[in-house]
Structures are given as C-alpha cells and as structure tokens.
Design a binder for this molecule. Structure first.
Ligand code: HEM
Length: 365
C-alpha cells in the first residue's frame, strides 16, 4: 500500500482532514494581553507530563503502609532514572498548580468567562478543584512523616462541618485515624477516580475552547470599536501552535532543571505512633488557608473558628464555580470583580508569605 493509499484509507475512516481544516481556519486574537493565552496550554502540558510520569511510577509503587515508603526509596535509588521520574512528577504537580492559578486569574481579569464561555469557565473551575485534590491525595503516597501528619490535619478540618463532618472524616480516612487504609483509599482516588473525571472534564473544556475560539477582552474590543480598526489576529496553524510548543519547551526545561538541581526529597518514614514533629505543613498552595486557621480564634461569637474558615473556603469555591452566572456583564460589575479578585490574590500571597516566614523556609521539598 502506498502512502497515498494509506492516507485515503485512513481519511475515509477517521475525519483527520476535517479537524486539520478546522484548525487551519482558526485564528487567535493578537493584542497586549495575548501572553495569557499560553497558560492554558502550559497547564495542559504539565497534565500530560503527570499522566506519563505517574504511569511509570505505578510500575514500582506499592500502596500499603508497610511498603509505600520503601517502594519510593527503591524507585529513587535502584530504578534507572527513577529519581528523575519521581522528581519530575512532584515538581510538575506543583508547577501545574501555579500555571492553573495563573490561567484562572487571567481568564477572570480578561473576562473570558462571559457568554458564551460560561461552561468553559465552570469546567475549568472544577478542573482546578481536581488539581488540588490530586495534590492532596498524592501528598500522602510516599508515607513520610511530613505528609502523614499534614494529612491528619487536613482531614481533621472536614470534621468541623456540623452533622456530616464526622462521616466525611471517616470516609476520607477509611477509619477513625490516618492509617494504611487511608493510604490505599487516597491512592485509588489519586490514580483512578480523579484521572477519569479530569480526563472527561478536560475533553469538554478543550472542545469548548475549540468551538468558541479565544475571547477578546472587553477593553481591547472597545478600543477597536473606537478606532474602527479590527483586532489583529494570527493563524492557529502554524503560528500560535508553534508559540504554544515553544512555551511547552520552556516548561520542559524548567522541569528538567528543577528535578536535576533540586531532586524531590523523601524525608523520614511516617510513624503513626510518634507525636507530630514541629513544622508540619501542607503543600505551598494550601499554606494561605493553613495560616488563616492559625489567626482565627478557637471561637468567634460562640461559633467554632475552624468551622468558619471551612465554611468560608466552601463558599469561596462555590462562588468561583458559578462566577459567570453571578457577575452581570456590565462595566461597573466587571470593575468590582477585578478589584475583588485582586484583593483575594493579594490576601493569598500575603498569607503564604507569612506562613513561609513563620517556618523560616521555602516551599516543599
Ligand atoms: C487542567 C486544567 C486546565 C487546562 C489543561 C486548561 C486548558 C485550556 C486551554 C488549552 C485553553 C485555550 C488557551 C488559553 O486560553 O489559555 C483554555 C481556555 C480557557 N480556560 Fe482553561 N484549562 C484548565 C483550567 C482552567 C481553569 C481553572 C479555568 C477557570 C476557572 C479555566 C477557564 C478557561 C477559559 C474561560 C478559557 C477561554 C479563554 C478565552 O477564550 O479567552 N481553565 N483552557
């Protein structure tokens, strides 16, 4: 069979030509904020890295309290390039949270959540929550001291929810305390349940992005209306795709540098019967919430302080998801939203800084 015949055979069965044709027609707006269009693609790149390196780690990792720590030790010392794959997986997880946050805030500041992209936003917001859940469930898997006690603190927080809190804690831990049962449970969530949901949501998100094309921010649109000049744009193929690829290459170089010069540490094996050591902390992206808990008094007007923080976080997450439906598409409302989001961002940055300063160290490892 010649290559022409092979292409004709494939083309008849898989509509590749139609997809390429659609991408060929696609154009991406070019303006002073265009740089932010690359963060979704970079998040996608780190997601792919996670799937690939996670699959390799699965070949050697053992999800039980008796073997987890030793299996990670084995990966790092005996498996060829095991240390590199583990380090890339851990670093990529962290960089991905950062790019996903940058992507979310840029979509918000550029008002890309507006009609007809509401569902693109909602699927993205759920993806961010999933990424955080990936981080939380993956943290315990090496079964080291730091992650063991941080998981105990993290799961404890759910216990403050009135009525169902006790049930949620038991459900997350697979028992009363953090044990091997918790590890097996979080492992299942980390490698099967979350990837399945994330893949489906990501499919929807990317489909909608292709369907609607990239949005033009209201200020840029206003400007082109005032001047009577159409907003500039570049073709997706090959111009934008090549720039995207360049951003991916930068991401890969960053990961290689971080993994090679700062290999992810394993720490000491968890001892569930030991008392919690000093300096227990979650991953950097949960630090601001962790620090908030420290400042809120045990009781505020007779209400449990921890419960207030958990409630505020829950309401904040819910508002983030439904944002396109609660913010009217009017200039004044958009301005209020920008100031509100900037205040939230400043609060998160300040509390993360205070938490790091209190610990006298940088982010994990
Ligand atoms: C796994 C996580 C995510 C991946 C892989 C991802 C991927 C992408 C990609 C590739 C694009 C097109 C390029 C771009 O605008 O950057 C995009 C657009 C978009 N994403 Fe995401 N995204 C993720 C999470 C999120 C989050 C957390 C939000 C916000 C809640 C979000 C909201 C949006 C919106 C509104 C657009 C359309 C932007 C526009 O038309 O200007 N995404 N996403």
């Amino acid at each position: 069979m010649t290559s022409y015949q092979l292409r004709a055979w494939l083309g008849e069965r898989v509509p590749v030509a139609d997809i390429v044709e659609a991408l060929r027609r696609k154009r991406v707006p070019e303006h002073r904020y265009s740089i932010w269009y690359y963060f979704g693609g970079m998040t996608l790149f780190f997601f792919i890295v996670q799937v690939f390196t996670g699959g390799l780690l699965l070949l050697y990792y053992r999800p039980s309290a008796g073997e987890a720590y030793e299996s990670v030790q084995f990966i790092m010392t005996r498996v060829p390039f095991g240390w590199l794959i583990r380090s890339i997986h851990a670093w990529s997880a962290n960089v991905m949270v950062a790019t996903a946050l940058a992507h979310l805030f840029s979509a918000l500041f550029l008002h890309a959540y507006r009609r007809p992209r509401e569902i693109t936003w909602v699927s993205g917001a759920f993806l961010l929550l999933l990424i955080l859940a990936f981080g939380f469930t993956g943290y315990l898997l090496p079964w080291n001291e730091l992650s063991f006690f941080a998981t105990r603190v993290g799961t404890d927080m759910a216990g403050t929810v009135p009525g169902v809190g006790h049930f949620i804690v038991r459900f997350m831990r697979g028992g009363r305390d953090v044990t091997g049962a918790t590890l097996t449970r979080l492992f299942g969530v980390h490698v099967a349940i979350l990837p399945a949901i994330a893949t489906a949501l990501l499919g929807l998100h990317l489909f909608l992005v292709q369907r609607h094309g990239m949005s033009v921010p209201p200020s840029v649109w206003e400007e082109s209306r005032r001047t009577g000049r159409a907003t500039a744009s570049i073709p997706f193929l090959p111009d934008f795709a090549l720039r995207d690829l360049f951003a991916w290459t930068v991401g890969l170089a960053l990961l290689a540098g971080l993994a090679a010069f700062y290999p992810w540490e394993l720490g000491v094996k968890a001892d569930p019967f030991a008392s919690a050591p000093a300096g227990i902390r979650p991953e950097w992206y949960f630090l601001w919430a962790f620090q908030t808990l420290k400042y809120v008094p045990a009781s505020v007007f007779g209400v449990n302080g921890e419960l207030l923080v958990v409630a505020a976080l829950g309401i904040g997450a819910a508002l983030m998801v439904v944002l396109p439906f609660v913010v009217p598409d009017r200039p004044h409302a958009r301005r209020v939203l920008v100031w509100f989001a900037a205040a939230v961002l400043a609060y998160m940055a300040l509390l993360t800084f205070l938490a790091l300063r209190a610990q006298g160290g940088g982010p994990t490892p």
